[in-house]
Design a protein around this ligand. Structure first.
Ligand code: PLP
Length: 427
């Protein structure tokens, strides 16, 4: 039996416990278990942004660009160093994950001329699937979608957790495949893919691999350089705690930078940008992958969020995500399985990130009722999944414990059965 005292003991021994104090908490009673959707606000961000407004933009006005112009690269390097295992000169912080994803997929396809097949999986995040559909239509390519969506194939044993293994991917690969893309952590089930094994397999077939690391970055100890990752994108607003709509990032391994061209040729990628030359001439290195003016306020938010990750170290953060999700699964077995919930996240902590996913036929009502009546913020994904996360820097073990206890009590109460969800816009 896992007790509240056990959770308090974990907090007492937690080397990351001190970071909780670095975040803004306006309601000490809330159990915020949605850090995999949007992270909390670091106190330092408030100070940094206020200071920037007055001393940066307010004082320097246009002269500030002298020091801000390369910021997509310097903040990108910080993200790479702190969370991706990426040496400098391979990561840019800019735009959105969706836009960066489109760009890298297009660039990768162009770098494999003659190959007409692109591959993703059915359980991948919607924006990735929609963009792949659009690109396939635009370029007349054959889009292959691995059928691993649990909602569609609930009895498919080989996809019990949506994980795409090498054995599953292998039969899809041949010399017509230009590109494969998967998410590092599956957004719904929370399953963690084997980055190195899958990248090696795809590369051996002559294709390129694009990883979407949005649900992994800041929770999983990824080592892109060591594992030979080609291309990757991700956000900064989840475990990166950089704010709603903060700039995303993209990673292009040095090994293939010279082979790739961006589908949008913007002025930030131009050699001698301020000579304003008449013909586009892509500069070498990561600057050649940038399109336009960076959001300096957004990048400063990332500096605070990822500065904290660098300080805490991604290894310690990953260790807490593993321990925290272990605790969640123990509490799931103890309290939630008997109430009709089903666990879809792998039980092996090496096969998951910072969140677990549980199914319940009344998940939509329960998730709403937990917010309204129990001061627990979970994450709901249609049609029947509740996702619960530990964000290792701001979340304590006891916050997770209390949240699970309230989920148990609320489910037992049956109150959710009367909820009317017709006016709910965002879940
Ligand atoms: C895996 C994944 N990819 C892409 C996105 C979309 O990000 P954006 O809105 O920044 O394009 C998200 C958003 O949550 C995501 O989880």
């Amino acid at each position: 039996m896992f007790t509240r005292q056990d959770a308090l003991d974990l907090d007492a021994k937690d080397p990351l416990a001190k970071y909780r104090d670095s975040f803004v908490f306006t309601d000490p009673d809330v159990c915020y278990l949605d850090g995999n959707s949007l992270g909390r606000l670091p106190k330092a961000t408030v100070e940094t942004i206020n200071k920037f407004l007055i001393e940066g933009w307010g004082t320097k006005i246009v002269d500030g660009w002298g020091e801000w112009i390369d910021k997509a690269e310097t903040t990108g390097d910080l993200i790479g160093r702190a969370a991706l295992g990426a040496a400098a000169g391979q990561t840019l912080a800019m735009d959105t994950t969706s836009v960066n994803f489109y760009r890298l997929v297009r660039a990768a396809i162009s770098a494999r001329p003659g190959r007409k097949t692109i591959i993703t999986d059915e359980a991948n995040f919607p924006t990735d699937r929609y963009i792949m559909q659009g690109i396939a239509e635009e370029l007349g390519l054959n889009l292959v979608v691995i059928p691993n969506d649990l909602q569609e194939h609930s009895t498919g044993e080989s996809f019990s957790d949506e994980l795409v293994t090498s054995e599953i991917l292998k039969p899809y690969l041949n010399d017509d495949v230009a590109l494969v893309t998967l998410s590092v952590v599956a957004y719904r089930s929370g399953a963690l893919h084997n980055i190195k094994e899958l990248t090696d397999l795809v590369r051996a077939s002559g294709a390129l691999m694009v990883w979407d690391a949005s649900h992994a970055v800041g929770a999983v100890d990824m080592q892109f350089d060591r594992d030979g990752v080609d291309l990757a994108v991700g956000c900064t607003y989840k475990y990166g705690n950089s704010g709603p709509g903060s700039p995303a990032w993209l990673y292009v391994n040095k090994r293939i930078q010279a082979e790739l061209r961006m589908p949008i040729q913007g002025w930030f990628a131009q050699r001698n940008q301020f000579l304003m030359g008449s013909a586009f001439d892509q500069i070498e290195g990561m600057r050649g992958f940038q399109i336009a003016s960076p959001s300096i306020i957004g990048l400063l938010c990332i500096d605070e969020g990822f500065g904290m990750i660098e300080d805490a170290t991604i290894a310690q953060i990953n260790a807490k995500a593993s321990k925290g999700t272990d605790m969640m699964i123990e509490l799931f077995d103890q309290w939630l399985a008997p109430l009709g919930y089903e666990l879809v996240t792998p039980r092996d902590s090496k096969l998951r990130g910072g969140h677990i996913s549980i199914y319940h036929p009344d998940a939509a009502q329960i998730a709403r009722g937990l917010r309204d009546d129990m001061n627990v913020i979970p994450d709901y994904r249609a049609p029947n999944s509740i996702r619960l996360a530990i964000s290792p820097l701001p979340t304590s073990y006891v916050e997770v414990f209390d949240g699970f206890e309230r989920i148990r009590d609320y489910t037992q109460s049956g109150k959710y059965k009367d909820l009317d969800l017709s006016n709910v816009k965002v879940s």
